[in-house]
Design a binder for this molecule. Sequence first.
Ligand code: 9MR
Length: 559
Amino acid sequence: GFPDYGSPVRVNQLGYLTSGPKRATYVTTQSTALDWRLLDSGDKIVAGGKTQPYGPDAASGDHVQLIDFGDVRTRGTFRLAVGDDLSEPFEIGDRIYSGLRRDALEYFYNNRSGIEIEAEYVGPQYARAAGHLGVAPNKGDTSVPCLPGTCDHSLDVRGGWYDAGDHGKYVVNGALAAWQLLDLHERSAAHGDRGVALRIPESGNSVPDVLDEARWEVDFVLRMQVPPGRPFAGMVHHKIHDHKWTGLPLAPAADPQQRYLHPPSTAATLNLAAVGARCARVYASWDRRLSKRCLTAAEKAWDAARRHPALYAPDGGEGGGAYDDTKVTDEFSWAAAELFATTGKGFYKKFVTTTLKAADGFSWQETGGLADLALARAPHRLNPHDERELVRRISSVADAYLTHLGTQGYANPYKPADGEYVWGSNSGAANNAMILAIAADLTGRTSYRSAALESLDYLLGRNAVGLSFVTGYGERFSHNQHHRFWAHSLNPALPSPYPGSLAGGPNSGLQDPVAQRNLQGCAPAKCYVDEIGSYSTNEVAVNWNSALAWLTAYADQQS
Ligand code: 9MR
């Protein structure tokens, strides 16, 4: 039968900022304008108006109308009604993103490798033993050998975050996630916000908590660099993971498999160059030693990548994600831009060869646009002409996303040219929203700010499946993301995903058996199933939660 998509009145189920845009989408076969009503918690009508007919929404196939209640600035709990159809309840208020902003960051502590996750911080349900410290049955990660035949050293690569629902640790998306947290901090600091307190062991120290968390990953990425005196010294191992895919559920401490370091890649090496350069700048005023270590490692990585510019991680393989990439001009450009932004050395500038493009946005694989986002944090490095050009480029991409958002039935800045939704489409939405937010910062244009905020509506319930893709937020939310420890649906003794965990989202590729069984013929925006087995639509990942963390920090600062 039909899946249950809940109320046809689709809203941001967390809520709307008092000073932000407020729109909803109504799924209906009717084509004429209808009356909508906003009801308070006592069912009293506090506002009303006419819906705006829209028509069929291409991504979902839904026939919809739009509701704009942006004039309402009353705080409280409300529902929207059209005829007999009632939305889920939602808030209108000022600090509605404070909790999610914190939880989205605490995702990372919960997914740390090489450290016990303590009940004191996460509560008894989420507490677990440290994984991958070489304590039996674990064979990792204190002395991990190379994949047989690829090198003869082993490295201590403890720490870092588990990539996603599996226990692999992959440099290219891990570095991107750490980068996004560092950027979040840098932007917040520039806006006079030191960030929220996290429930993590380092919280009492003098360093902002988000930097303590990002450091957990930065330290790991530094450990992945091939030491001096070895073949490929200065290059960075692409990834480390189990020999074969492990099953679900599995606590990190119970993983008995042999783990291997996979060969260095140019892409991973340039990821260290990029995040290392950013680390050097961001930690300069908090931890000079780390800042220096990061810069030295970043410059070594850069030199090594120049010597080995075409070592590509292969597609396929066993036991972990491939994170394959055979085009690294974009990684060279991003790394050069970060190194230039931090050091000011003109030498790096000529290697900045890419710019932000609306069609690409950015992702672990496509990092060309990050060159512009790096420069956006260091405008003092640019002459006035180059700075104007940078702002013009970022604005024109933001204009494209504004159009995407304004021309879809469910406002979403993500609108792939071929109409197909990719693996991790929700991170496409969140990353494009980040670009809109940066464009708003650079230009002061409120249309960009509104669009960045409205993107959160999509993630939090105003979408084709009527679900908030973030655990614990909204009335109807994703409960069963693919994860080896947060596997409540497989073993009731295990927890559900930690609140604030973002699902990958609709993926029209149907790249797992559960999606293939349940979603044949789905419209792209509906190719999603909240089952633990659907890793291609319903996994969590560090590089997706970092996007959510960035965007919710931004939204929280807008009240
Ligand atoms: O996010 C990755 C996506 O871009 C790829 O298309 C997909 C298939 O290669 O892999 C995704 O990353 C997964 C990784 O391969 C294994 N761990 C979980 C990651 C998130 O689903």
